[in-house]
Design a binder for this molecule. Sequence first.
Ligand SMILES: *Cc1c(COP(=O)(O)O)cnc(C)c1O
Length: 382
Amino acid sequence: MLDIRAALQARREQFLYRQRRITTSPQGAEVVIDGVRLVNFASNDYLGLANHPEVVRAFKDGADRYGVGSGAAHLIVGHSQAHHALEEELAAATGRERALLFSTGYMANLGAITALIGRKGVVYEDRLNHASLIDGGLFSGARFKRFPHVDMARLSADLESSNEPDKLVVTDAVFSMDGDIAPLDQLAATSKQHNAWLMVDDAHGFGVLGEKGEGSPALFDLGQDDIPVYMATLGKGIGTFGAFIAGSEELIEFLIQEARTYVYTTAMPAAIAEATRKSWRLAQAENWRREKLKGLISRFRYGAEQLGLELMLSQTPIQPVLLGEASECLRIGNALREKGFYVGTVRPPTVAKGTARLRITLCADHSEAHIDGLLDVLGKAR
Ligand SMILES: *Cc1c(COP(=O)(O)O)cnc(C)c1O
């Protein structure tokens, strides 16, 4: 029997013990955590839409119209007009034939990967892929190959050396703990060349990147033919909840039949879909949110470089500060909190040993004073 007490104790000793903090406010540039108001540099609400009054209104109106519970899975009686309209809008948003809603991004990834690849296939994944993509690959029972981060030569060689007919290449578009963007153009070309499916998880790009928030593929001008399986989540840049997969008519019909995390689960509440429709419209129309983010990102990076902090090659709102040891990461995280700033402290096993980091995320609601205040305290805490 697993000795869970010893396991917990070991975690504590290695500075890897995780604790939840209780928030009593909505998400925003500032949050109240454990009764204390803190500047929030830890959420993925990049566009500042999670508590937007029009999104909240749409949610309430949705609840008035549809009630709270969706009552059943999509294939039974849970698929409302709100879900359906949102799917059509997401397909149009991403330039795909169709889109399919899932209740969470984790489930979308698990469901799509296991449906698209079986025991006889091979899954190729970037070593820094999100846990849900890794789990999908493992759960599929396919042969599982991880390639070093964005190592295209290695991926190409691995694809070349396989005789299996079924291949699936899977990548994050924006890597969630590093903030860098995958070379999607090269991934698309390599996958095509070797007759492999390409699946791209754009959890941190949809809404945030691209002229109108269409997501990472827009940066490379890539369409459905290049990225046949496009996945994005709705709980980050879009500020609500859920996820979707977009692609061809046939892909979506196939997933409706085969993706077990779609078939065997209750549909998200219709009111969430209504809130998301409003939120996506705001994200698309309000370009200033993306423009403001760009300005804040430059300001943060410039200031951090002046302080001699170790940044990563990221042009996205995810701006990690590399610290190395988990203990140092915790120390600085705590010092920041004492001064009124909340940042993520990311330690193994989420990231590799010796690469513990502060995961600082910027959002359109932050002011320049928030950024300058954080930099000031960071400089002193080091
Ligand atoms: C957050 C995240 C997910 C999971 O999405 P949820 O909707 O939170 O389940 C999947 N992939 C990536 C890259 C993520 O960052």
